[in-house]
Design a protein. Structure first.
Length: 231
């Protein structure tokens, strides 16, 4: 795996046997679905990368575009449209013409996991693709992690240990390379139905990150993450 690949796994990536088998099962049951590692959405020269957990079986695994076709995409894309990070209309269809503006969307795990739950080993195995994708984004300045698994995956992709920088909704962490990592609870149906995450809470995280990306760099104050990396 190299950065030159842009973090794109092959359609029949065999690295996670359980997920490869699940992909095959879905191909048999639903041959009209995408049923492959879901490619990231948006341009590699974007300044912002949003990292989710994994494709939903009837969402991105069906349609082939991250967060497209199930509940989670409704709040995510509505918010991106509200902040000018997307143009067009989100119609839960990869052919809806929606375009991302200076923003890219991906997942910590590219293949759909049974019950929406990848194992730690699967998250770690797919991390090479995330790291390669990050390395292939020359203007990347901010990352938004949706949930603790995505947060940990972003840290690992930067060579950092998650135990030193725990996930906290609303927090913004400094990463090597003068990047920022913002944390939000995942935009899942469960989180929004239980009001663990409201639309206002999610908008506040996005607004805070965009404000920080637009602001002049603050005086250096090493975070645990930066100290760990030796920066
Ligand atoms: S989750 Fe990632 S590493 Fe695992 S099989 Fe899919 S593309 Fe390959």
């Amino acid at each position: 795996m190299t950065a030159a690949s842009g973090g794109v796994p092959p359609a029949d990536c065999p690295l996670c046997p359980r997920l490869a088998q699940y992909r095959c099962d879905n191909r048999s049951a639903h041959p009209d679905w995408f049923n492959a590692p879901v490619p990231s959405f948006g341009r590699l020269d974007a300044r912002l990368l949003i990292v989710g957990l994994a494709p939903g079986v009837r969402g991105a695994n069906r349609t082939g575009r991250p967060f497209t076709g199930d509940f989670a995409g409704e709040l995510l894309y509505r918010t991106l449209l509200a902040f000018g990070l997307a143009t067009g209309r989100y119609l839960a269809d990869p052919d809806d013409g929606l375009t991302l503006a200076d923003c890219r969307v991906t997942n910590a795990v590219r293949c759909v996991p049974p019950a929406n739950l990848p194992t730690p080993l699967e998250v770690g195995t797919c991390n090479g693709f995330l790291a390669a994708e990050i390395a292939a984004m020359p203007r990347l300045g901010g990352l938004l992690a949706l949930g603790g698994t995505a947060h940990n995956a972003v840290l690992r992709a930067h060579g950092l240990r998650p135990a030193r920088t725990p996930f906290r909704h609303g927090a913004i962490h400094a990463l090597p390379g003068e990047r920022l990592l913002a944390d939000s609870y995942h935009v899942s149906r469960l989180n929004t139905n239980t009001r663990r995450l409201t639309e206002a809470m999610f908008q506040a995280v996005v607004r805070d990150l965009l404000d920080r990306l637009a602001a002049p760099a603050p005086p250096p104050r090493p975070s645990p993450a930066a100290r760990e990396s030796g920066c």
